[in-house]
Design a protein around this ligand. Structure first.
Ligand code: MLT
Length: 264
């Protein structure tokens, strides 16, 4: 797997396909670039798809946390610089969307279009921040397995959990292989994230918003709210999918991206 040195760390990534404006897809918590395999398969025949591992995830370098969204956005900026990419279509899934908000706030000139995928602009409540710290300490005490068992029923729809063992196994593998430093770094970084609600009205690039129709973590109502504020936004709800809509219904999810980039 190729690696570049950026913002003082080694960042691993996959780079497949070719096209004028590369699409960079940023994974969520506590996952890695493998979550994008269905989209790479569906779209890399027509587009260049680049999928980095965030610090502390997959094959990228592990550092102590917290991983603030601004730090991860600076990693991404260094990553684009290292690959000599001036402008990209930036897609962020969930925590990757929080990173995309931070990136857009700091480096809007590098973004040609945005894809906000099962994400939301609000920061954590005090209760949510406390829950993040409890989960970080659980990971530090007992490792990634209890985190996987706790998250799987929230990330996937009840139907996927009951009937799609392949999807459950893919998600469990990514979570249990995530370094504990990465899990704790994300959780403490997400707890510190700022409110991006004020940014929505300043987003001036075409924006695709995608959400699973049964997403319990970032529900469809949040997506429709974002679309009502962003000046040039389209929302697509993915049928039969929870939070991990790109893995639960990869066909419709990839189709939504394809239609956004190549409207008929
Ligand atoms: C994610 O999927 O990245 C996280 O669930 C987001 C969150 O916990 O806020």
């Amino acid at each position: 797997m190729p690696t570049v040195h950026a913002n003082d760390i080694d960042i691993a990534y996959k780079d497949q396909g070719s096209g004028d404006t590369p699409i960079v897809l940023v994974h969520g918590f506590p996952l890695d670039k493998r979550m994008w395999e269905p989209q790479i398969q569906a779209l890399s025949g027509e587009f260049r798809i680049i999928t980095p591992d965030l610090r502390g995830h997959g094959e990228s370098q592990i550092t102590p946390g917290p991983y603030t969204m601004d730090l991860l956005a600076d990693d991404l900026k260094g990553f684009l610089d290292a690959l000599n990419l001036q402008q990209v279509v930036l897609g962020g899934f969930s925590m990757g969307g929080y990173v995309a908000f931070s990136f857009y706030r700091k480096y809007p000139e590098r973004v040609n279009a945005l894809m906000l995928l099962d994400t939301r602009p609000q920061p954590d409540s005090e209760d949510a921040q406390k829950g993040r710290e409890d989960m970080a300490q659980l990971a530090e005490r007992e490792g990634a397995s209890p985190i996987a068992e706790r998250l799987i029923p929230r990330l996937l729809s009840p139907d996927t959990v009951a009937n799609r063992q392949d999807v459950v196994d893919t998600v469990r593998t990514m979570i249990t292989e995530c370094p504990v430093e990465g899990i704790a770094g994300d959780l403490r970084g997400m707890a510190l994230r700022e409110d991006s609600s004020d940014l929505l009205s300043k987003i001036s690039v075409p924006t695709l918003i995608v959400v699973g129709d049964q997403d319990a973590i970032t529900p469809p109502a949040e997506s429709h709210m974002m679309a009502s504020i962003i000046s040039d936004a389209t929302v697509v709800e993915i049928a039969g999918a929870g939070h991990l809509s790109n893995l639960e219904n990869p066909h419709d999810f990839s189709h939504a991206i394809h239609d956004f980039l190549h409207p008929h």
